[in-house]
Design a protein around this ligand. Structure first.
Ligand code: PBG
Length: 327
């Protein structure tokens, strides 16, 4: 070789065409990875677009069932339900959260009846039901832990009774996974799973979601229970702790700003890891695309493959339907 100093390695050989690129791709997205979040509201025959989440809707239960049909026809295996609770049903005791005929419980029953194979997950936290907009019970300006955890465990049982396959505690109270597991076992819901939001950060990226459910905290913020964005060791500790308390799936949330946390948690636990590509991440791509500042489809697929590269097994995303159509 006359140019022995010139590189023998040429990375471009494996990038030369579509087929070779596909052959050497290290990660792939599958529709099986997706969990589609859904917002349900009271009423009939209505859907309301969430202003800060263009193209995403709250549905009344009748229309939600049509949405679920579309989702399951696309091959998406799972939905994660959130209920919008009318103001006059909010209090500090989570009364409506435990109502066997509450919107969440009715929705779960209706979905499981029509789509028995679909994996139905429910959000377990008090904020949509709380007159204070907090995830637990408030006393003297504090979000109290142990009473909240027990209430959430009763809420989880109520969702299991309605037919939920997984309950997803998103509240960040200490010890709630073990108490939920105990309550589920005592009620003989041995097969109801727990997807724990183990590393959930106090994030500004939840803003559009709080618009969707009208669930912004009425006072203060959530920093005494949700994690400090500066921390990662703490996330690993939370994840290991939730795994030992019986969590079947461990979640990291938000997604894109926390890919390092997804990786670290993936390497620390031996259960599947999910990531929540949250409302603010959706809103950023949508807003930039509306302005013509970036290509929505490309930005979406790039974000989703980044979650796989970081080690996520499952992705809760408002892009589930759009991405499933492209796959
Ligand atoms: C409620 C809950 C929140 C999200 C999921 N469950 C909001 C919050 O903690 O304030 C956020 C989801 C999203 O932003 O897409 N505990």
């Amino acid at each position: 070789m006359s140019h022995s100093e010139y590189p023998y390695f040429r990375g471009r050989r494996l990038r030369a065409g579509e087929n070779i690129r596909k052959m050497v791709a290290e990660h792939a997205l599958s529709v099986n990875d997706f969990i589609a979040p859904l917002f349900v509201m009271e009423g009939k025959n209505q859907k309301a677009e969430i202003p800060s989440m263009p193209g995403y809707y709250r549905f009344t239960l009748d229309l939600l069932l049509k949405e679920v049909e579309e989702i399951s026809k696309l091959g998406i295996p799972s939905v994660l339900l959130f209920a919008k609770v009318p103001d006059d049903k909010k209090d500090n005791e989570g009364t409506e959260a435990l109502n066997p005929d509450g919107l969440m419980q009715r929705s779960v029953r209706a979905i499981k009846k029509e789509f028995p194979e679909l994996v139905v997950m429910t959000d377990v936290a008090l904020d949509p039901y709380s007159s204070y907009g907090h995830d637990g019970i408030v006393k003297s300006g504090q979000i109290i832990n142990d009473e909240s955890a027990e209430l959430l465990a009763r809420m989880a049982v109520s969702h299991a009774e309605a037919g939920a396959d997984f309950v997803a505690p998103s509240d960040m109270m200490d010890g709630r996974v073990i108490i939920i597991r105990q309550f589920l076992e005592d009620a003989r819901f041995h097969n109801t799973g727990i997807m724990a939001y183990s590393a959930k950060y106090a994030s500004s990226y939840y803003g559009p979601f709080r618009d969707a459910l009208d669930s912004a905290p009425g006072f203060g913020d959530k920093k005494t229970y949700q994690m400090d964005p500066a921390n990662i060791k703490e996330a690993i500790k939370e994840a290991i702790s939730d795994e030992s308390e019986g969590a079947d799936i461990i979640m990291v949330k938000p997604g894109l700003p926390y890919l390092d946390v997804v990786r670290a948690v993936k390497e620390s636990v031996n259960v599947p890891v999910s990531v929540y590509n949250v409302s603010g991440e959706y809103a950023m791509i949508k807003a930039a695309a509306e302005k013509g500042w970036l290509n929505e489809e490309h930005a979406m697929m790039e974000a989703l493959i980044a979650f796989k590269r970081a080690g996520a097994d499952l992705i809760a995303t408002y892009f589930a339907k759009d991405a499933a159509r492209l796959l």
